[in-house]
Each structure stands twice: as C-alpha cells, then as structure tokens.
Design a protein around this ligand. Structure first.
Ligand code: FAD
Ligand code: DLZ
Length: 513
C-alpha cells in the first residue's frame, strides 16, 4: 500500500512545483498550512508582508482544494497553534499518516526548529527545487576560492542554464555583463509608465482587516496595499513589467527619483520569494523579450543578472556560512539604530523619502536600500544586528536567506568582504548624481562641513579615516585613501569634528537600543 504523507507547506512555498508536493495525491495525502504567531511575530514585520503571505496562503489553499487535496488550514486565531510544528502536531493527533514531508525552509531559524522537532512520524526535508543552484553546489563552487565573487558564479549559471548565450555557447553580444550601460542617474523628463492596478478580492479584504486588527502597531499602511496574492495576478504584474518597464529597467536601475517610488523596477521579489513566480521562467521570459526585439541586451542581461546571479548567489552565501555569518561584524559597528528608522522623521530628503515608502509600502528599490539607507547605516557605524533586524522587518520581500547577505554583507560590509570587494560607501555627491532628491533637501551635497552641509559627506570621510587600517591593503580603496591622505591635517580635523557633531545629532551613541 502506498504511504500516506502529511505535507507541511510554509508561507513562502506556495507553488504546486515545490519539491514537497511532488508525487502528492489528492484523496491520500494531507496538506497542512498554518498562519501562526511565531512566524508572524519573530520580527515586527510590515503589515504588507503579513497581509501578502496570509492572503497568498489562503488563495493557495483554495487552489489545492480545487485540485481535490485534503488541506488542513489554520487561519490566524488567538487559540490557534503558536508555531508551524504545533500546527502539524495538532493534525497528527487526529489523522493517521505514515510520514511527514516539508520543503527545506528558507531560513536557518525555521530549519533548526524543524530539525529539533520530535513529531509522531518521521520527517523528511526535501531540497527547495525553486532555487537554481543547490546549497551543496554553491558550497562546492565557493570552497577553495579566495574570492568567491558573484560575477564568476553568474557566468557559471548562465552556462549551466544556457541563458543569453550565442550559438557558440559564448555570452550573447560578446560580454557577460552590461552594467556599464546601466548606471544612469535620474532624468526627470523621462516618462514613467503607470502601474497596473491590482484588484483586491474578498480574501484580500478579510486578511487586511485581520492584519490591521492584530498587528496594529506594525509598520505599513494597508490602504496602500497593491500586491498580487495569486499566481495569475502575479503573472499579470510581470507581463506588465515586460511590456512597459523592462526596456528602461537597465538604464535607470541605479537611479533615485523624488517623483517616483518604483521607477522601472519590477516589484516581483516578493512574488518569487513566496512561490507566486518561478525564477527560471522569469529569466526565460526576459530572454524571449530580448530575442523578440522588445528590449535591449543591456536591459535583459541587467535584469537576468539580478535573478540568476545575485539572488542565487546571496542564497548560496547564506547557507554556506550560516549560522556563523549572522554573527559577523567586521567593522565593529555598534551604534544604536536611531528611532527615526521607524518614523522616517529625518531631514535628509533622500533618506526620509526612502524610509517613508519603506514604512508605508514595505518597498524600496535596490539603490534606496543600498546607497541611501544602507549607506547611512554603514557610514554611521550602526549596530549590525539592529540594522539587519530592521531590514528583515520592514520589507515585504524580506526572508533572512536574502535579507542577511544583502544587509550584513553588501550594505554594511560586515562579512569582511565576501559580498563586495569594497564597501558600498558613498558621499552626498553620489546621491546627487543618481537622483533629484538634493534639489528638495535642506542640505547641500556640495558642502562637507558647516551649516547645511550634507551629512553623508563628512560621515563618508570619517568612515574612511576610521577604517583606514582595514582598507590599507585593498587596491580598490587606494584612490579614496589617497584623496583623504592628500587633505591637510587641519581640514581633516575639521571634517572629523563636524562628522562627530552630525552623528551626535542624527544617531546619538546613548540612544535607547
Ligand atoms: P528589481 O530591481 O526589479 O530586480 C529584479 C529582481 O532581481 C528582484 O525582484 C529580485 O528578485 C532580484 N534581485 C535584485 N537584486 C537582488 C539582490 N541583491 N539579492 C537578491 N535578489 C535580487 N531582496 C529581497 O528579495 N529580499 C530582501 O529582504 C532584500 N533585502 C535587501 C537588503 C539590502 C540592504 C539590499 C541592498 C538589497 C536587498 N534585497 C532584498 C535585494 C533587492 O534590493 C530587492 O530584491 C529589490 O529591491 C526588490 O525590488 P524589485 O522586485 O522591484 O527588484
Ligand atoms: C513570513 C511569514 C509570516 C509572516 N507568517 C507565516 C505564517 O503564519 N505561516 C507560515 O507558514 N509562514 C509564514 N511566514 C513565512 C515563514 O516565516 C517562512 O516560511 C520562513 O521564514 C522560512 O523561510
């Protein structure tokens, strides 16, 4: 007789293609899904994230039911199971099954919980086949490399999946990377297309009411919830992106604009992360658009690199180095997180805008996360753990496997240089060049010290000065170090004193943690 299996489906594994559902049979196997307190409150998640996950879970439950599956679903309730394992235990009490199956969780924390669980039946964790590089393959690739850089990993992935290759198996157009074409600052005369509306259904409305009631103090304004919660609606959003935004995605990938929250970004990270879109299918669609002449090679390559390259790479780094990775703090950054990270009440226009949209919508694009918010945290030496916890909480797409390497590694350079060969540190000049926030700002990006000087400037030089020993042997920092070295001692002293004063105002050392 074939075995009857309890299949535990987590809130970010919402796809029929998930390994745990392979071979699952309606009428025989039992599927368990649960909205639980532990997952909803291990950080103070954005209301958008909880709403997206609960609503997408309920829609997926209905899709499973429509295929005839026996689904035991726990909607969020005060007397409901507190954890995923408690939910499964409750079902095990009343249902006779032979074994339990679950897809490998995305986060180390949840994997540990499952491995320490002692269920009534044997548990098998199956690999998460949605990722294009297995954790083992990544560890093998990275082991023994002095510098396991994303770029080389990405070349391997392009070859392995045959994406954007020419007939000889060489990179399409002769180059692997067209980043040099993708760094334009914002030009305000460019027209930004209007986004495709998402229509909320009864499930979305019920979930929003629940989230507003239970998670009332969490960040996020659900009157501005515009996310797709089904596979079909996520596909529509992605279709819209291909037709209306992909062509300009590359050019303005690094831009920051006062007048646009989303620019030409795809907004699909959360959909891919929870299973509403498939990463390989997304890459194939973008390649098709290029081959059909609908977008430039630079746009297609720039987009595919983010998914086939960066997304897989950060996941590889996470599982390769956890749990030790989460403890890293290579630049000994310990300053408390300022309270305005939770209110956006700060005068720097770029920072305030990025924080405002983050807190309201659960979204900021990559350059806002990296070069505006992350850059401030890096220059100010904010506590690594506090910053990582904040990023994990506020973004709709945040799961530790992707959030941690991006925040701790890429933004804060706290991993000692795995995610980046040099820190992503920049002065106000970079922000001025990439966007138009400075025009509205009370600070002047061309001034380093004195009233009205943009704080990023003095903080940048303070950062360079403080970490000079750490960067002394880094050839990519030579120019910056030499520029600092050429300044007169009196000028250096004035910059450092001004920076300390700025820090004391913006991020007091004695602020409550
Ligand atoms: P687009 O700009 O349209 O990019 C397309 C897709 O590429 C994204 O949807 C995403 O799937 C992928 N992608 C792009 N860059 C990265 C990257 N560095 N790492 C992984 N995938 C990438 N992404 C998350 O999904 N979750 C996070 O919690 C997260 N935290 C971040 C924290 C920091 C400090 C930084 C610098 C980046 C973080 N990112 C995170 C990566 C990236 O910023 C987001 O994926 C992106 O902004 C999501 O918006 P989008 O879908 O419009 O992306
Ligand atoms: C993020 C999240 C939230 C907010 N709530 C739930 C939940 O109630 N039930 C669930 O199964 N999953 C939830 N998730 C996603 C999990 O936290 C996610 O599966 C882990 O972070 C592992 O990646």
């Amino acid at each position: 007789m074939t075995k009857r299996t309890l299949i535990l489906v987590l809130g970010d594994q919402l796809t029929f293609d998930a390994g745990a559902l392979h071979g699952a049979e309606p009428g025989r196997d039992i599927i368990v899904m649960a909205e639980v307190r532990d997952e909803a409150s291990y950080v103070q998640h954005s209301k958008h994230k909880i709403a997206l996950i609960f609503s997408a879970m309920r829609h997926f439950r209905d899709a499973l039911l429509a295929r005839g599956f026996d689904v035991r679903y726990f909607e969020y309730a005060s007397d409901g199971p507190a954890s995923l394992t408690c939910a499964a235990d409750r079902v095990l009490e009343t249902c006779a099954v032979d074994d339990i199956r679950c897809c490998e969780p995305g986060e180390y924390r949840v994997r540990e919980a499952l491995l320490h669980w002692q269920p009534a039946r044997p548990l098998t964790l199956v690999p998460d086949n949605r990722f294009l590089c297995s954790t083992e393959a990544f560890a093998t690739w990275a082991a023994g490399r002095k510098q396991p850089r994303m770029e080389y990993f990405y070349h391997e992935m392009r070859k392995q999946y045959g994406i954007l290759l020419d007939a000889q198996g060489k990179p399409e157009g002769g180059k692997w990377n067209y980043d040099a074409d993708n760094r334009s600052g914002w030009r305000s005369q460019v027209t930004i297309p209007e986004r495709l509306e998402v229509c909320a259904d009864d499930i979305d409305v019920a979930v929003a009411a629940l989230v507003n009631q239970v998670f009332v103090d969490n960040p996020g304004d659900l009157t501005q919830f515009h996310y797709a919660t089904t596979h079909a609606a996520a596909e529509q959003q992605f279709d819209w992106f291909i037709a209306h935004a992909l062509e300009d995605f590359g050019t303005y990938q690094d831009a920051i604009a006062e007048e646009s929250t989303f620019l030409f970004h795809s907004l699909i990270s959360a959909y891919i992360n929870i299973g509403l879109l498939d990463p390989l299918a997304v890459c194939h669609r973008v390649e098709q658009a290029y081959r059909a002449g609908d977008c430039s090679l630079a746009a297609a390559e720039g987009f595919i690199r983010q998914i086939l390259g960066w997304r897989e790479y950060v996941r590889g780094v996470y599982w390769w180095l956890m749990p030790e990775y989460a403890q890293r703090n290579a630049l000994a950054a310990t300053r408390p997180l300022p309270a305005w990270f939770w209110t956006a009440d700060v005068d720097m226009q770029c920072l305030s805008a990025a924080l405002r949209q983050t807190l309201d919508l659960g979204y900021a694009h990559h350059i806002q996360r990296l070069m505006v918010i992350g850059n401030f945290a890096l220059l100010a030496g904010l506590d690594v753990k506090a910053v990582c916890d904040w990023y994990l909480a506020v973004y709709i797409d945040a799961f530790e496997w992707v959030e941690l390497p991006n925040t701790l590694g890429m933004a804060l350079h706290a991993d000692g240089g795995i995610m980046g060969s040099k820190p992503y540190a920049a002065s106000g000049k970079y922000i001025k060049r990439q966007g138009d926030h400075c025009k509205q700002c009370r600070y002047n990006p061309d001034k380093i010290t004195g009233d009205g000087a943009c704080p990023y400037n003095s903080l940048y030089w303070r950062f360079i000065d403080h970490h000079a020993p750490a960067f002394a042997n880094n050839p990519r920092m030579n120019l910056t170090m030499a520029n600092w070295g050429r300044k007169k001692d009196s000028e250096k002293a004035a910059i450092l004193a001004w920076a300390d004063q700025q820090l004391q105002t913006l991020a007091p050392q004695d602020a409550p943690a």
